[in-house]
Write a protein that binds this ligand. Structure first.
Ligand SMILES: Nc1ncnc2c1ncn2[C@@H]1O[C@H](COP(=O)(O)OP(=O)(O)OP(=O)(O)O)[C@@H](O)[C@H]1O
Ligand SMILES: O=c1ccn([C@@H]2O[C@H](COP(=O)(O)O)[C@@H](O)[C@H]2O)c(=O)[nH]1
Length: 235
């Protein structure tokens, strides 16, 4: 089947990378995810990835620690995930480059927009570490920022839920799923599946987000081919 989207910004949930352990990295889970990413790339998709950090650390729920310091730790966590995903993709024979928003040049390339685009054009997968590089932001906001910069056709938010509900389905058994929403709906209803900064940025830049479950990594391929998975949010 042909691709619906050519250039995709894939946001991988950090929490999902931990598998059933709930913390750290589960390599069998990551390998399955990376196989689907490779399948998508082999179909001709240009794929840039932002990885969350929820399997290690979230600044906003770190307790009494100074928020800026807590967020620095969070951004380093996202980079550990970026390196782990890069390693598994390379094992599968995929060309990958990691770029970080906070310079650590012995470890990864610094984020340079034009260079990232060039990698994509050459068929390499680019993984963005350290989110936006700024505290008080999230990897969802980093996804919307990078998607706008690289002119991605869409953002895939591959996460722990199979779409957006009227309330958190992990807390409420009677939550009802939406098939389609606008960013104005997400903001007006206060839906917590993504933060409001990310939603506003996508709205302002006319970038759609498809939210779907990463428990079945084949959803990445299905989504790229335009099959109905999860919830689509449009401007
Ligand atoms: N209205 C809602 N619909 C769907 N999920 C919701 C909603 N409100 C809150 N959530 C929660 O949002 C979570 C997904 O977003 P969250 O930011 O927590 O994780 P993530 O961005 O996927 O990655 P990470 O684990 O790296 O932080 C879901 O697991 C779900 O519990
Ligand atoms: O631009 C950013 C992105 C992330 N952080 C910090 O990293 C953690 C993990 O990211 P999640 O989006 O929650 O998965 C986040 O909680 C922040 O502490 C950041 O500071 N800036």
């Amino acid at each position: 089947m042909a691709l619906k989207y050519k250039r995709i910004l894939l946001k991988l949930s950090g929490e999902a990378l931990a598998g059933e352990k709930g913390f750290g990295l589960d390599y069998s889970v990551i390998t399955n995810i990376c196989k689907s990413i490779k399948e998508c790339a082999d179909l001709g998709a240009q794929i840039a990835i932002v990885v969350g950090g929820g399997n290690f650390w979230r600044g906003r729920s770190s307790g009494a620690m100074d928020r800026t310091r807590a967020d620095h730790i969070g951004m380093l966590g996202t980079t550990m995930n970026a390196l782990a995903v890069a390693d598994v993709l390379e094992e599968l024979g995929v060309d990958v480059r990691v770029q970080t928003a906070i310079a650590m040049q012995e470890v990864a390339e610094p984020y340079i927009r034009n260079r990232a685009v060039r990698h994509l054009e050459k068929g390499r997968i680019v993984i963005f570490g350290c989110g936006t590089g700024n505290p008080f932001f999230s990897t969802d906001t980093a996804s919307s920022l990078r998607a706008a910069e690289i002119e991605a056709d869409v953002i895939f938010k591959a996460t722990m839920v199979d779409g957006i509900y009227d309330k958190d389905p992990h807390k409420y058994a009677d939550a009802v799923k939406f098939d389609e929403l606008t960013f104005s709906d997400v903001l007006a209803k206060g839906l917590q599946v993504m933060d409001s900064t990310a939603a506003s940025m996508c709205k302002d830049n006319n970038i759609s987000i498809l939210v779907f479950n990463l428990n079945d990594p084949q959803n990445i391929v299905k989504a790229a081919q335009g099959e109905t998975v999860g919830t689509i949010v449009t401007a």
